[in-house]
Design a protein around this ligand. Structure first.
Ligand code: TRP
Length: 339
């Protein structure tokens, strides 16, 4: 039984090339949340355009995220799958939050600094206020829980600050719930196959740093063969493993896909060189990825079905979002056209 007081919202950007880091670190866990929470899973296209996107690719990538949600096991009869730009109140609430957030708060956001890089003057203003839109995504549905990876923790903190300031400034105590992060200790951050200290990323220039959800069995085999390990054999304890970043990462991937505890894997492969381990890892990845990539492929060839999911998702999301935005406008003192 779902507890209706527990609402989850999360979003994935349609910027292409979803990889096993996105799957193991986020989407796979969305699937297991569906039974316990009322879930809203969003394709955040408004966030995507904070950096320049090719319109054709953006469309295709949006369909691909929807297809990946479905292929991974998100059930549209249990959860709401929708596209952010289809629900106009995301932009509306984001504007309100632009007027709540302080410049000082945004100036502390490390992701902006990372993404804007050295050329800050040339970054879009959207990239700077990006966290306000993310807060709008979350609070529009009065989400109580947000599954977040390390890189989004600071944005969720900001969301909590925004909710508190709004409630305080407008004297509407607990109008917005203060959302809690869901940080699952069993979920590891998946790192690059070439450098275990860097996050697996679609923007890494080397294709060998990541495994995409649409990679063929051959590609997966090649990438795991080439993946960096260590000059030693597999250590016999977790402490030593954790010092070998790349080995640790491969064990996390193995454990993430197979469900076998990392310590059990260490026990099995300790003292061996890495070839046996890599062969089994390749098999495990292929076994789990293949049905998903096949289904993504099938769904991408059925745009009519994807459009139907997107349209019914927009309807369900709007129903809830429209109530919140009306309440917000009322609280703020906007005179509404009631005719
Ligand atoms: N900023 C998130 C990311 O880049 C995506 C996102 C947008 C999100 N809105 C959200 C995640 C709301 C959780 C909740 O990964």
């Amino acid at each position: 039984m779902k507890n209706i007081n527990k609402i989850v919202l999360s979003g994935v950007q349609p910027t292409g090339g979803l990889h096993i880091g996105n799957y193991l670190g986020a989407i796979k866990n969305f699937v297991s949340m569906q039974t316990e929470y009322d879930c809203f899973f969003c394709v955040v296209d408004l966030h995507a355009i904070t950096v320049k996107q090719d319109p054709k690719l953006l469309k295709n990538n949006t369909y691909e995220v929807v297809a990946t949600y479905l292929a991974s096991g998100i059930d549209p009869t249990k959860s709401v799958i929708f596209n952010q730009s289809n629900v106009s109140s995301h932009s509306e609430l984001a504007w309100i939050f632009n007027c709540i957030t302080r410049m000082g708060w945004l100036n502390r956001m490390t992701q902006f600094k990372d993404k804007a890089g050295k050329d800050k003057e040339n970054a879009s203003s959207g990239l700077f206020i990006y966290p306000n839109l993310m807060a709008a995504d979350i609070l529009l549905y009065k989400a109580t829980h947000v599954p977040v990876g390390d890189d989004q923790k600071q944005h969720l903190e900001l969301t909590r600050d925004i909710a508190q300031k709004f409630n305080r400034d407008y004297e509407c105590d607990s109008f917005f719930p203060i959302p809690e992060p869901i940080i699952d200790k069993n979920i590891s951050r998946i790192m690059s196959l070439k450098n275990g200290e860097l996050k697996m990323s679609k923007s890494d220039s080397s294709d060998y740093s990541r495994i995409s959800l649409t990679d063929s069995a051959d590609q997966i085999e090649k990438k795991i063969k080439k993946a960096k390990t260590a000059d030693t054999s597999m250590p016999d304890n977790n402490e030593d493993v954790s010092k070998l970043f790349e080995v640790n990462n491969l064990l996390n991937i193995f454990s993430g896909f197979s469900g076998i505890d990392k310590l059990e894997l260490i026990e099995k492969y300790k003292g061996q060189n890495f070839s046996n381990f890599k062969n089994s890892l390749t098999e495990v990845i292929i076994e789990h990825i293949k049905p998903i990539s096949k289904e993504i492929d099938k769904l991408m060839n059925d745009k009519a079905y994807l459009n139907q999911i997107i349209s019914s998702g927009a309807e369900k999301a709007s129903e809830k979002a429209n109530v919140t935005i009306k309440e917000v406008y009322d609280i703020i003192g906007f005179v509404r056209n009631e005719t």
